[in-house]
Design a protein around this ligand. Sequence first.
Ligand code: CU
Ligand code: ZN
Length: 185
Amino acid sequence: MLCSSRLASFLLASALVAYAPALLCAADAPVPAAPASPAAVAVLVPTQGNDAVHGTVRFTKVTGGVRVVVDVTGLKPGEHGFHLHEFGDTTSADGMAAGGHFNPTKDTHGAPTAEHRHEGDLGNLKADATGHATLEYVDTKLSFEGAASVLGHGVVIHANPDDFTTQPTGNAGPRVAVGVIGLAK
Ligand code: CU
Ligand code: ZN
């Protein structure tokens, strides 16, 4: 009994001696620098018959979400449904290879401000009389990490407005431009 308790004390002491330098090293190590803010960009590619549509969609990590900045030209004046879609695949002439709305939480379709929405439901772009549309806002549902990460997914601009009600698409009509969200320099 005495022997085993002495052995236990010895082992405990040895363990402390062994770990102490490691603890000191950890305390002395410099605090690692925060990683650079992730940023991503999608360059829009017009679908067949919509050759005039060009632009970019930028994503930047900010406190509380992701800042989305859109600049598009060549649209028909008026509102156009604007979504992230599941696939960053622009290989089909009609944009359908981008799949359905990006929806990692399996929620219902809605407005970007709605409690229930797809992560990809970014609302509508409003093109002016010259066909130019801009948008800038912070989306609290988007992320650069985990299942809600925008990286690698698709951006789609539609011919018609998103009505925020019709399931699961918002009835926004054909796709006039698509893009792939990649890491920005
Ligand atoms: Cu869409
Ligand atoms: Zn949706």
